[in-house]
Design a protein around this ligand. Structure first.
Ligand SMILES: *[C@@H]1O[C@H](CO)[C@@H](O)[C@H](O)[C@H]1NC(C)=O
Ligand SMILES: *[C@@H]1O[C@H](CO)[C@@H](O)[C@H](O)[C@H]1NC(C)=O
Ligand SMILES: *[C@@H]1O[C@H](CO)[C@@H](O)[C@H](O)[C@H]1NC(C)=O
Length: 404
């Protein structure tokens, strides 16, 4: 990407040179344009080739976080086998810092909750093969308003995070003083890059300025929606809102419909299975949001389904989307490497129903014969022309189809 882009810039410079000499207005235009071009590739950190996987404190713990709980969480992520399945990022959300900066203007870990400091926590996680994520805000204070935001302190805070060996930054949008949104996020992106450390950059501006259309190259993921909550209606709403931006996602930059609620208790097992299946198919970040120190077998069976995870982590990196919808009976699908296709039959209605995906609906040649793998039943069969299944209310079936 870098080569052609800079060649293009040079060509434009040569073409524009005579005009530039003629007028300052055009010079300004050109500077603006070049800044914009740079803006598209400022975060060249090589991260997020597949969607990030891990855990975040917010959905379950809100502001009640401390280093003991985070260490126990890390231990459980490893001992449950989830780390080995790819859940590597352990991410602190809001409320990890004191309300004040120190005399040099640096953020200070909250002594009552993180007495050993953030670097010690990073060392602990790295020792287990995990990564540490942290949280800040592109405003004067974070959303909880209990800690300072990074607006105007971007470089200083990025340096602090890098010095602690942080691997991921979630960057929120509260108390932003109505400063231009894109420049606030681009500023932190640039600041992270300048540290020389590879830090995954997660934009959390709630889809306010359609980040899918500009954030590739600024961040590795961008929220397309407001916050999730632990209920069916909100979860399905976010799935639909996120779906609109499917064509913008790809390796290095992902649409983010917010973190998982699986295991938090507000939805049925079937609803959580649907939540996880659609997030996986949509190449969303898979960030667990429950208390993994007390995982039920049911929750572990959902979050730990390696076949569903493999769809999310498929190297092709194409976001699956809703391809057919008929009175709350939906077909979602997307291509995978090797000509395979992932399919979800999703019943969003109130009673059991039969859902059919015809090959033409999901990008397969109508005459193809395919091997079908049922990712929740862990069984295989053969099909021609269509895939039909009876699906319970709020449940889904998820398959990978391999043309023979
Ligand atoms: C970017 O942040 C720095 C502080 O880290 C500040 O001096 C500068 O004005 C900011 N630029 C923009 C465009 O917001
Ligand atoms: C959970 O699974 C484990 C291992 O398969 C089993 O020993 C245990 O009894 C199960 N617990 C419950 C509550 O079903
Ligand atoms: C699905 O395909 C089978 C043959 O494999 C056919 O018998 C059936 O009618 C088709 N169902 C629909 C709804 O098209």
């Amino acid at each position: 990407m870098e080569g052609p882009r800079w060649t293009m810039v040079s060509v434009w410079l040569v073409l524009l040179l005579p005009t530039v000499v003629l007028g300052g207005r055009i010079v300004k235009e050109e500077q603006r344009w070049m800044a914009e071009m740079r803006g598209r590739s400022i975060l060249e950190n090589g991260l997020g080739r597949t969607p990030p996987m891990g855990w975040n404190s917010w959905n379950h713990f809100k502001c009640s976080i401390d280093e003991k709980m985070i260490r126990e969480t890390a231990n459980s992520i490893v001992s449950s086998g989830l780390a080995a399945l790819g859940y590597k990022y352990i991410n602190l959300d809001d409320c990890w810092a004191e309300s004040y900066r120190d005399s040099k203007g640096n953020l200070v870990p909250k002594a009552s909750a993180f007495p050993s400091g953030i670097k010690a926590l990073a060392d602990y996680l790295h020792g287990q093969g995990l990564k540490l994520g942290i949280y800040s805000d592109a405003g004067t204070k974070t959303c909880s308003a209990t800690m300072p935001g990074s607006l105007g302190h971007e470089e200083q805070d990025a340096k602090t995070f890098a010095s602690w060996e942080v691997d991921y930054l979630k960057y929120d949008n509260c108390n932003n003083q109505n400063v231009n949104l894109k420049s606030r996020y681009k500023n932190m992106s640039q600041a992270l890059l300048k540290t020389g450390r590879s830090i995954f950059f997660s934009l959390c501006e709630w889809g306010q300025e359609d980040p899918a259309t500009w954030a590739a190259g600024v961040g590795n993921s961008w929220r397309t929606t407001g916050d999730i909550s632990d209920d069916w209606n909100k979860m399905t709403l976010l799935a639909d809102e996120n779906d609109k931006w499917a064509s913008y996602a790809g390796p290095g930059g992902w649409n983010d419909p917010d973190m998982l609620e699986v295991g938090n208790g507000g939805m049925t097992t079937e609803e959580y299975r649907s939540h996880f299946s659609i997030w996986a198919l949509a190449k969303a970040p898979l960030l667990i949001g429950c208390d993994v120190r007390s995982l039920s077998n049911e929750t572990l069976a959902i979050l730990g389904n390696s076949e569903v995870i493999a769809v999310n982590q498929d190297e092709l990196g194409v976001q699956g989307r809703k391809v057919k919808s008929n009175d709350k009976l939906e077909v979602w699908a997307g291509p995978l490497t090797g000509g395979k296709v992932a399919v979800v039959l999703w019943n969003r209605g109130y009673s059991q129903a039969t859902i059919t995906a015809h090959w033409a609906d999901i990008g397969l040649n109508p005459s193809s014969a395919v091997d079908v793998r049922d990712l929740w039943e862990h069984s295989s069969f053969y099909a021609e022309g269509n895939l039909t299944s009876t699906v319970s209310s709020h449940a889904c079936k998820m398959y990978v189809l391999t043309p023979k």
